[in-house]
Structures are given as C-alpha cells and as structure tokens.
Ligand binder design. Structure first.
Ligand code: HEM
Ligand code: HEM
Ligand SMILES: [Fe+2]
Length: 463
C-alpha cells in the first residue's frame, strides 16, 4: 500500500462480503422452495427472494468494483484519493439505499423488472451516489501527475456503467420497449462495460503479480477492449429475438453474440500467457490463483455457456428457463465474483500488513468455492435441460414441470452447501486479516514483494 487513502477500499470490500453472505441466504431460500419446501412463502415469497438475491449480487459486486477503484487508482496515478470523506459518505449512502430497497422488496415495493427492481425514487439516489463516486475518481485522476492505460480503462468502464444505468429509467408502458431498454443496462453492463472494468482490474493484478512489463500487459488490454466492443454491442440482439422487436435482430444478435466468447477467450489466454511469461514469482500465489481462475472461469461461464443458448434456434426453447440460471451463475461467478475475490486477495495483505495468503484456509476457500460452483452449474444444467424438454418440447404445464424437476434441486442445494463452505472460508480469512491498520511504508515488504514493481520504478524515474 503506497497511499493512506487506499485504506477506504477495505470498508467497501467488507461491505461487499457481508452482502454476499446475505445473497447466499436468499439463494438457499429459493433452492429449498424449488425442492418443494417453500416454508417461508408467506414471509418471503419466491419473487421477493429472487429479486433480493439478484439485487444483492449486483450491489456487492458494485461495492467490490468501487473498492477496487479506490484501491487501484491512487496507486496507478500516483497520488492520494481526492476525498476520503466523500468516499465514506458515498459508501454510507449506498448501504442506506440498498437496505431501503431490500426492505422495500419484502413489502412489495418494487418495479418487477428483472435485475432493475429498485423503485424509481431510489434509482435517483443511486444516480447521485454514483456521481459522487465518479467525481472522486475524476478529481483524483485530474490532479494526478500521470495517467496509465490501466486506470483509464477502469475509469472508462465505471463511467460507462453509470451512464448505461440511465436507459433503464426511461418510462414506458409498453412491455417490448421496456425490455428493449432494460437490456441496455443488463446486457451492456455484463457483456460490455463491466468487461472493461474486468480488463482494467485484471491488468493491474497481472502487472503486480507477474512482473511482466506494463507496456506488454497494456498493449493486449487494448485488443481485449476492441474485441469486447466489436462483439458485445450488437450482441445485445440476442435478447431481442422473440420479444416483439424487428426480425433482423435474429441475424444480428446471432452473429455478433456468437463472437462474444472471443473476448473472454482472449482474456483467459492473456492472463495465462502473462503469468507464464512473468519471471518474478510473487509470494501471493493465492491472489494469482484467483486472477487466473477468474479469466478461465469467465470463459467457461460467459463464453462457453453463453454460446450454448445464444443462437436464436436454441434460445427459442431455452429462453427464461433454468438453462439461463445455469449460465447466469457461472458467468457472474467466473467473471465478476472471482474478480472481486482476486483483488481482495491481493489487497488485504497490503491493507492490513499481514501475510496470510500462503495458508491452507486460503487454498481451501479457492478450491471449495470453485468446485461448489461448478457442481451448482451442473445441477442447474440438468434441471434446465429437463425443463426445456418437458415444458417446451412436450408442452407440459409450467408448474407441473417444476414439480417434476424438484429432485434436481436436492443436487443444487448440496452443491450450494459446498460452495457456501468455500465462501465461509474466504470470509473467515477476511476476518482473520483484521482491520486496515497496515503502515503505508510497510507495503514495501509485503505485497509488492521483493522491491518495487518495474512499472513503479519506471514511472518514478520518468516523473
Ligand atoms: C460475464 C458475462 C456474462 C454474464 C455475467 C451473463 C449473465 C447473464 C444473466 C444473469 C442472464 C439472465 C438475464 C435476464 O434474464 O435478465 C443472461 C442471459 C443471457 N446470456 Fe449471458 N452473461 C454473460 C455473458 C454472455 C455471453 C458472452 C453470451 C453469449 C455468447 C451470453 C448469452 C446470454 C443469452 C443468450 C441470454 C438470454 C437467456 C434467455 O433468453 O433467457 N451471455 N446472461
Ligand atoms: C448458495 C448459493 C446459491 C444458491 C442456492 C442459489 C440459488 C439460486 C436460485 C434457486 C435462483 C433462481 C432460479 C430461478 O429463477 O428459478 C437463483 C438465481 C440467480 N442467482 Fe443464485 N444461488 C446461489 C448463489 C449465487 C451466486 C454466488 C451468484 C453469483 C455469482 C448467483 C447468481 C444468480 C443469478 C444471476 C440469478 C438469476 C438467474 C437468472 O436470471 O435466471 N447466485 N439462484
Ligand atoms: Fe446478453
């Protein structure tokens, strides 16, 4: 840790972990409901649990991204954060809005639009909050002595994510138009600008953990950004197939979304190649495992399993089934959850001054959560394929099919239990690291390992 203000990131990370635990609780509520044990139905009906589960996911990931930005940007641009007070205020208000929204869901105060359930007045508060966050980053970068590609890509991703929240607020009473705009947020986030955030954070981690020259890592970052935009923007069409939008989307969506896995494949090859190339072996192998793991699992979940249902001929049958949930879990886990886990695994030793990365608990958390998530994905896949055949091919009633596939949710809950144990281990590890009391100077002997990173040396020489 080079700057005092980077400490604020810890509070975002801690909030993020807390919300993740809550998300998992709601996951279990739904898992049991799917098994036929919908015992909480009167208090937390399925749709409430679902909205809470997915919104918690989005909020804990955003908290993780914000923490990452507050951690990475000062170090990249070479100065303290513009305002730590603003960052604290921003976290406090974000949590406040989140809590109000979640409680509201339980009292049926919601919009009923998947992933964008937060009621309109709260949307505006989110906008103000994110503006404060961006202002803090903008001023930090504006007043800084240098810019790096990594920080610019990360910043651009966060800025575009904020702007793309707005189309989701366009009022309409037409279902098709509403869907059309909703995908501008949901799709263009996860298959567009969040990929830039991912690229930026991965680049930062690779620079720190592999010791490969910044120029090399950043050069390939451009290629990945290019691939992402080339495929992801028009790839939005894979959500416009049979919703009342013009037919040409079948062709456009099919072709461009089929290219999307290339960006994720690129990211995986990039991370693996840099790790192999790096001669310097950084002591924090656990952070490297999460980094490389993220690049690989995102290809599996987003690229491979996304491709599995992206062609219109397939999506006609799989749309809105548990096949979607199969892909949704692995994609979010691989690309974004593991990304947040990677940056936390890297940052904690620096923030707290403790080196707990080489412990059995750290390795256990990595493997157990990943094996658990692979098993969960398989359970969703089996349930989803069975659902597609029974409901869409044989024409059975939706609820009759849900009863038929209850048995597969026993598998899901068992896999989820394994996953939850892994997450529990990670959170325990987080707890063991303790508060962010690490000395700024002490950073030299912890994370950045044996001597300053080559990029830092170069920047300092050039400054
Ligand atoms: C990290 C990146 C990705 C994440 C986090 C992600 C996540 C999700 C989620 C949560 C949904 C359900 C959304 C909803 O119904 O509101 C979804 C739908 C979908 N995703 Fe992805 N996805 C990613 C990348 C991809 C890629 C690269 C492809 C194609 C190659 C793809 C293909 C699809 C398709 C076709 C649907 C629509 C499913 C349906 O019709 O029900 N996804 N994705
Ligand atoms: C103990 C762990 C978990 C369990 C038991 C669980 C279970 C579930 C269930 C049953 C659903 C509803 C499927 C339906 O609509 O019928 C769901 C939705 C979802 N969950 Fe989880 N979940 C867990 C953890 C996670 C994690 C860690 C993530 C992200 C990394 C995640 C992401 C999602 C997403 C994106 C959806 C919406 C999928 C869609 O659009 O179809 N879940 N989850
Ligand atoms: Fe999409």
């Amino acid at each position: 840790m080079r700057y005092e203000s980077q400490r604020i990131a810890w509070w975002f990370f801690a909030t993020s972990m807390l919300l993740l635990c809550l998300q998992i609780v709601y996951g279990f509520i739904m898992g049991f409901a799917h098994m036929g044990y919908d015992v909480l139905h009167d208090v937390i009906p399925f749709h409430v649990a679902r909205a809470t589960h997915t919104n918690l996911l989005v909020v804990w990931l955003l908290c993780g991204f914000m923490g990452s930005a507050y951690y990475i940007v000062p170090e990249e641009v070479g100065r303290e954060l513009y305002s730590v007070r603003l960052a604290k205020w921003q976290l406090g208000t974000l949590v406040f809005v989140g809590v109000v929204a979640l409680v509201g869901f339980h009292f049926q105060w919601w919009e009923g639009r998947k992933f964008l359930e937060i009621p309109r007045p709260l949307d505006w508060l989110v906008v103000v909050n994110v503006l404060a966050f961006l202002w803090n980053l903008t001023m930090t970068m504006w007043k800084s002595p240098r810019m790096t590609t990594t920080s610019c890509v990360l910043y651009f991703g966060l800025l575009m994510a904020a702007l793309l929240y707005l189309p989701g607020m366009i009022p309409t009473d037409n279902q098709t138009v509403d869907s059309y705009w909703r995908w501008w947020v949901v799709h263009l986030w996860v298959e567009g600008v969040w990929e830039l955030i991912m690229g930026g954070i991965l680049a930062y981690l690779l620079i720190k953990l592999t010791g490969v020259d910044r120029e090399v890592i950043e050069k390939w970052l451009y290629v990945i950004v290019g691939l992402t935009f080339l495929s992801g923007i028009l790839g939005t069409g894979h959500h416009y197939y049979y919703i009342g939008a013009p037919r040409y989307w079948l062709m456009i969506g099919g072709i461009f979304s089929a290219l999307e896995p290339l960006a994720f494949l690129g990211m995986a090859i990039y991370a693996i190649a840099m790790a192999r190339r790096g001669g310097r072996s950084h002591p924090n192998r656990n952070a490297l495992a999460w980094t490389i793991g993220c690049s690989i699992m995102s290809f599996v979940g987003a690229g491979f399993l996304g491709f599995a249902h992206t062609l219109p001929q397939v999506n006609l049958y799989t749309h809105g089934t548990l096949v979607t949930a199969m892909h949704g879990h692995m994609a979010f886990w691989g690309a974004y959850a593991m990304l947040v886990f990677a940056i936390i695994a890297y940052a904690l030793p620096q923030l707290t001054g403790r080196k707990l990365y080489d412990t059995p608990l750290a390795a256990f958390a990595f493997w157990t959560s990943n094996i658990g998530m692979v098993a969960m994905t398989l359970a969703f896949a089996v349930a989803g394929v069975a659902q597609v055949y029974l409901e869409r091919r044989m024409g059975l009633d939706f609820l009759a099919v849900q009863e038929e596939i209850e048995v597969h949710f026993l598998g899901l809950v068992l896999a989820a239990a394994l996953f939850a144990v892994g997450i529990g281990a990670y959170v325990l590890q987080f707890w063991r690291y303790g508060l962010p009391v690490g000395e700024v100077e002490r950073a030299a002997v912890t994370g950045d390992a044996e001597g300053p990173a080559p990029d830092a040396a170069a920047a300092e020489a050039g400054a």
